[in-house]
Design a binder for this molecule. Structure first.
Ligand code: APR
Ligand code: ZN
Ligand code: ZN
Length: 366
């Protein structure tokens, strides 16, 4: 066991605290990781506000890269010294979803068995089973994906959550390819990542939609070919017009990614699709939201697919090393997502930054 500093949310709505935590030595199937960087995500704030569950105290942080310090005796997938990106999808290989080949739907993903604790022994609940806003963290070995050590930790650590969710929404769930059109509604970190994923695939046009002009400028930097300020213009009509300019007869985009998580924007995404197009919902709705009241004939008549994308339908072992290599080749600008490098003591301030301004991600550097 060792003691390190970590960012803990002790009770609902209260500001986070930097406290000493106990990190056990890794047991079977576990690894201790020395954290190099960890992004501050909306989900961390959501934990602090009690919006996920009531299992306080939480050890926050889950968008992280680090160096494996020690592993349990039986662990062979990673070794001390490996540079890894942490993930919250360490698949079990045994459940029904894994056995039928849908590993990204695994029902029984692994986390560490032992608990990290406060100094008084109170067990901590690590955010998304990771808890990486700490100098060191204990995770399941399967939560560590080894990637090229030459990559900048602050940038590639973001693959651990929101950036992967967005890229995967376009590539894995939407199946976007060269020769297809895409529109992305909502261009925060997740939506802009979907734009970057579409650019990687060679999609065209890539239409970014937001109500904030600063977000549209970021989307352009990451590969959007067109932007629509939906506080000024009807995004459905504009998407249809832009797609018809590129592909004669098109009545919308082949794929529309909804990255806000609201009924109004889901409805826009539904109608902005070309016939037989795919709607990908990656924005997370609140539990009280309902599917908009649509004529069933419109669902039938447009055909296509209405999908949701959970962590970008990613498989960390397949997707993280590939995306890190594309980053190192200069083809995926993960640096653009790091809008601020901060210290562990600045996490509470980063929650404020999230709500106003140009921020995509504030990243704690250790
Ligand atoms: N139309 C278009 N864009 C909108 C609208 C709207 N009506 N309302 C909000 N937006 C934009 C915001 O301006 C912002 O750029 O949606 C974006 C949301 O981005 P963030 O708040 O930064 O969230 P992000 O991290 O990208 O996550 C998006 O996915 O993972 C989930 O919980 C997360 O639901 C959230 C969503
Ligand atoms: Zn499984
Ligand atoms: Zn996250």
């Amino acid at each position: 066991m060792q003691q390190v500093q970590g960012v803990v949310a002790r009770k609902k709505g209260a500001p986070v605290e930097i406290v000493t935590i106990n990190v056990p030595d890794p047991g079977p199937g576990e690894a201790v990781v020395k954290v190099r960087s960890c992004g501050v995500c909306h989900t961390d704030l959501h934990y602090r506000e009690g919006g996920i569950n009531d299992d306080f105290p939480f050890l926050l942080g889950h968008e992280a890269a680090g160096i494996v310090e020690a592993v349990g005796a039986d662990v062979t997938s990673v070794a001390p010294g490996d540079f890894v990106v942490l993930n919250w999808r360490a698949v079990c290989g045994q459940c029904r979803a894994c056995k039928r080949g849908d590993l990204h739907y695994c029902f029984a993903t692994h986390n560490a068995t032992q608990k990290m604790t406060l100094e008084d022994g109170t067990a901590l609940s690590p955010a998304l089973g990771i808890g990486a806003l700490a100098e060191k963290t204990l995770v399941a070995a399967g939560q560590c994906t080894k990637v090229d050590v030459r990559a900048r930790p602050a940038a590639v650590g973001l693959l651990g959550c929101g950036v992967m969710a967005g890229i995967g929404a376009a590539l894995n769930t939407g199946g976007i390819t060269r020769g297809r059109s895409i529109a992305v509604i909502g261009c925060g970190g997740v939506g802009v990542a979907a734009v970057a994923g579409a650019a990687l695939a060679g999609a065209s046009p890539i239409i970014a939609v937001d109500i904030d002009a600063r977000k549209l400028a970021q989307a352009t930097r990451l590969g959007a070919t067109h932007t629509i300020d939906s506080s000024q213009a009807d995004p459905v009509a504009e998407i249809k017009r832009i797609c018809a300019e590129t592909y004669e007869g098109a009545d919308g985009a082949d794929v529309v990614v909804e990255a806000v998580g609201r009924p109004e924007t889901w409805r826009q995404a539904f109608y902005a699709r070309d016939l037989a197009g795919t709607l990908v919902l990656v924005g997370v709705p609140t539990p009280d939201m309902k599917v908009p009241d649509l004529p069933l004939i419109d669902v039938f008549g447009r055909g296509g697919a209405l999908k949701s994308s959970w962590y970008g339908d990613c498989l960390p072992s397949r997707d993280f090393p590939m995306l890190v290599d594309l980053y190192l080749q200069g083809r995926l600008d993960l640096d653009a997502f790091v809008t601020e490098e901060i210290a562990l003591t600045d996490v509470e301030a980063a929650f404020d930054t999230m709500h106003h301004g140009n921020a995509l991600r504030s990243v704690v550097i250790f």
